[in-house]
Design a protein around this ligand. Structure first.
Ligand code: PMP
Length: 294
C-alpha cells in the first residue's frame, strides 16, 4: 500500500505517495498516541466534512495533543488532497500522531504530525456479502468502560481489540464481529455502529463507551424524517433473538444489512433497505436540496 501513484499531505506539504514516511522511533507507533478520521467523498465532496474535522480536533483534545491546525485548516487540506487525487468518489484518511522528538511514556516534546491521504475504496464489505446481508460472530473482546480508556476519541489504541475481533471473525468465516461492552451489553461492530429493527422502530445502543458515529447520527435523522421511531437504549444480548432486522453504519461501511449474528438470523427487510437507499441519496444530495425524502 505504501508504493502507489499519487500524493499524500504530510505536515503541510503534498509529497509523492512513497515519500510520506515516519521515523521508527515515533511515539504514536510505540505507545498508540494517534487519532484519525475515516471519511468518504462523493462527487468530490466529503460527506459531513465539518463534523469529521471537529471530531478529529476533539480526539486530539481528549488525548492531550495540541493540534497545530484549526478544524477549518484541516478541512481545507482535506479538500486539497482530494483535488490532487483526481478521484470523484473515494475514501479520505486523516491522521494525527505524536512524533519522534523524544522517547518514553512522556511525550510532551515528541512533536505532532498530521497526514492525509485518499484512495478508492468502493465497498468496505464484498458486494456479495452486502447483497445477502453480513454474517457476524460475537467477539470475546469487550469495549472498555469510559474510565478505562478515552472511549469518545477516535484513537488508534482503541482499535487493538477491533483488529483482534475482526481477525478472529474472518478466520472463522464471518464478515465481522459484534462486540459487547464492559457490562455485557450490545455495543457495536469492529468499525461500525449497529441498529436493530423491531415492530417498525429502530433500536440502537446508547453510545456511552464507543463512538457516537457520524453515520449513526445521520441514519437516526433520516429515520426520523420518515417518521420511523428511533430508540437509543441499553440492549441486552438476550434481546438479539427478538429483533427482525439489523444493519451496521459507518463512514467506510455506509449502511450494511446484517443477516446473522452468531446463532441469530435477521431479514434484509424493508426498513433496512430504505435506510440503505436514503443514506445513499443523502451522501450525494447537493447542499440546500431538502427534497431527498420522497
Ligand atoms: N465505531 C467504530 C469502532 C468505528 O471505527 C467507526 C468508524 N469510524 C464507527 C463506529 C462509525 O463512525 P462514523 O459513522 O463516524 O464513521
Amino acid at each position: 500500500f505504501d508504493q502507489r501513484e499519487g500524493t499524500i499531505w504530510l505536515n503541510g506539504a503534498l509529497l509523492p505517495w512513497g515519500d510520506a514516511k515516519v521515523h521508527v522511533l515515533t511515539h504514536g507507533l510505540h505507545y498508540g498516541s494517534s487519532v484519525f478520521e475515516g471519511e468518504r467523498f462523493y462527487a468530490g465532496r466529503v460527506f459531513k466534512l465539518k463534523a469529521h474535522g471537529e471530531r478529529l480536533i476533539n480526539s486530539c483534545r481528549i488525548m492531550g495533543m495540541d493540534c497545530p491546525y484549526s478544524a477549518d485548516e484541516l478541512d481545507e487540506a482535506a479538500q486539497e488532497v482530494i483535488r490532487a487525487s483526481g478521484l470523484s468518489d473515494g475514501y479520505l484518511r486523516r491522521v494525527i500522531w505524536r512524533g519522534s522528538g523524544m522517547m518514553g511514556v512522556a511525550a510532551q516534546d515528541s512533536g505532532l504530525n498530521v497526514a492525509m491521504a485518499s484512495w478508492e475504496w468502493p465497498s468496505y464489505f464484498t458486494p456479495d456479502a452486502l447483497e445477502a446481508g453480513l454474517r457476524l460472530t460475537i467477539s470475546d473482546w469487550r469495549r472498555p468502560p469510559p474510565d478505562c480508556a478515552p472511549t469518545q476519541a477516535k484513537a488508534a489504541g482503541l482499535y487493538m481489540i477491533c483488529t483482534l475481533s475482526k481477525h478472529a471473525a474472518e478466520q472463522a468465516g464471518y464478515d465481522d464481529a459484534l462486540m459487547f461492552d464492559h457490562r455485557g451489553l450490545v455495543a457495536e461492530a469492529t468499525g461500525a455502529n449497529v441498529f436493530f429493527v423491531k415492530d417498525g422502530a429502530l433500536h440502537t445502543p446508547d453510545p456511552d463507551c464507543f463512538l457516537n458515529g457520524i453515520t449513526r447520527q445521520t441514519v437516526m435523522e433520516l429515520a426520523q424524517r420518515r417518521q420511523i421511531r428511533v430508540i437509543e437504549r441499553a440492549i441486552r444480548p438476550d434481546e438479539l433473538e427478538g429483533f427482525e432486522q439489523c444493519f451496521l453504519t459507518g463512514s467506510a461501511a455506509e449502511v450494511c444489512p446484517v443477516s446473522q449474528i452468531g446463532p441469530y438470523r435477521f431479514d434484509v427487510g424493508d426498513i433496512t433497505k430504505q435506510m440503505v437507499r436514503d443514506y445513499h441519496d443523502e451522501v450525494r444530495r447537493l447542499p440546500g436540496d431538502r427534497s431527498a425524502v420522497a
